[in-house]
Design a protein around this ligand. Structure first.
Ligand code: FA5
Length: 312
């Protein structure tokens, strides 16, 4: 509009050119009038343009407003890993029942991982837990059971202990098997401990974790360090029974192998099996976490994907 009206070829310029045709006695008045009109239009343009500029500035100030006096947002708080959370819950439960929480090394000696648990070098049971040997002759522990032995040596009878921790196996990884996973060992040595005591503690544990009745089954299970030995399985809480990758399509999940401590194991740790006996269990902590949160692939738990981890 500005160009059309005020430009060099605009309307006002056109009128200016015609001034010559105006009668000389009227020319001064016409010229004055033209200038006044020009100034008025100029001023109107000026006013409008500063109004536009002001509106634009106001819109920007409104949308880009920052309160510099507010505190900075700071780092986003993290959460505890689900395995850590459940481990802490189980520790609290067992501590309330008089158990001590023990820790043991992840790099173990052959003696603690196998021999002291009644698994001599030539015993076929060693093949059930294929492991990673170090060139020093030590190994990455295949289960938390070596802490039973360390616990018996350290505490002596009577004793109640649990030992949560990371274990390693030379496994082919799938939805329910990892090469690195968590177990939680438990042991009680006292006078006249029976399978009834064992079942009582296992039921207390499962009720506390799942906050509801879960269907369990007890079958005979062989571990050289217990006699009798059991596998305590729970019905798969991901599929509810019909079968899924999380339970290898069986409807059941192996969770809690357990049994009464073998007299040889007590004897090797200088405890007299004629005076003392006990029970032990080796809870699959990673599997338990899968069941509690219905996680259908074990690899999620160590995958480090923050979208997964932020849900806990
Ligand atoms: C043992 O490791 C024995 N030490 C348990 C035990 C302790 C028995 C005390 C008797 C007395 P097993 O190899 O079955 O047993 O492993 C125990 C649990 O660890 C299993 O029930 C399962 O829940 C979990 N587990 C085993 N292998 C894997 C794996 N590759 N990935 C994830 N969890 C596993």
């Amino acid at each position: 509009m500005r160009v059309d009206v005020l430009g060099r070829k605009g309307t006002l310029a056109q009128i200016s050119k015609e001034m010559g045709k105006v009668a000389p006695e009227q020319r001064a008045a016409a010229g004055k009038r033209l200038n006044a009109v020009k100034q008025e239009i100029d001023a109107a343009f000026e006013t409008k343009s500063s109004q536009f500029a002001e509106t634009a500035l106001r819109a920007r100030l409104d949308s880009e407003w920052v309160d510099l006096t507010l505190p900075a947002p700071g780092p986003r708080p993290g959460t505890l890993h689900p395995v850590t959370q459940i481990q802490a819950e189980i520790e609290d439960l067992f501590v309330s029942m008089g158990f001590t929480v023990l820790d043991g090394p992840e790099v173990e000696s052959e003696y603690y991982n196998f021999d002291a648990l009644n698994i001599p070098a030539d015993h076929p049971a060693r093949d059930m837990q294929d492991t990673f040997w170090l060139s020093s002759g030590s190994l990455l522990r295949t289960h938390t059971s070596p802490v039973q032995v360390r616990g018996m040596e350290k505490l002596g009878p009577p004793l109640r202990m649990i030992a949560p921790g990371r274990v390693f196996r030379n496994e082919s990884v799938d939805a329910s098997h990892e090469h690195t996973f968590y177990q939680l060992e438990g042991m009680m040595v006292d006078r006249e401990v029976s399978v009834a005591h064992l079942i009582y503690f296992m039921k207390t544990l499962l009720t506390a974790i799942f906050h509801r009745e879960v269907t369990v089954r007890l079958r005979p299970g062989f571990f050289p360090f217990v006699e009798p030995g059991f596998e305590l399985d729970i019905q798969c809480l991901i599929c509810g029974g019909p079968g899924c990758p999380g339970c290898k399509q069986s409807g059941w999940v192996e969770l809690l192998p357990c049994g009464l401590v073998h007299p040889n194991v007590l004897r090797m740790s200088k405890i007299d099996p004629d005076r003392w006996n006990g029970f032990a269990f080796g809870l699959g902590l990673t599997r338990l976490v899968m069941m509690r949160y219905a996680i259908d692939d074990i690899r999620q738990l160590q995958g480090g994907d923050l979208r997964f981890l932020r849900q806990f």
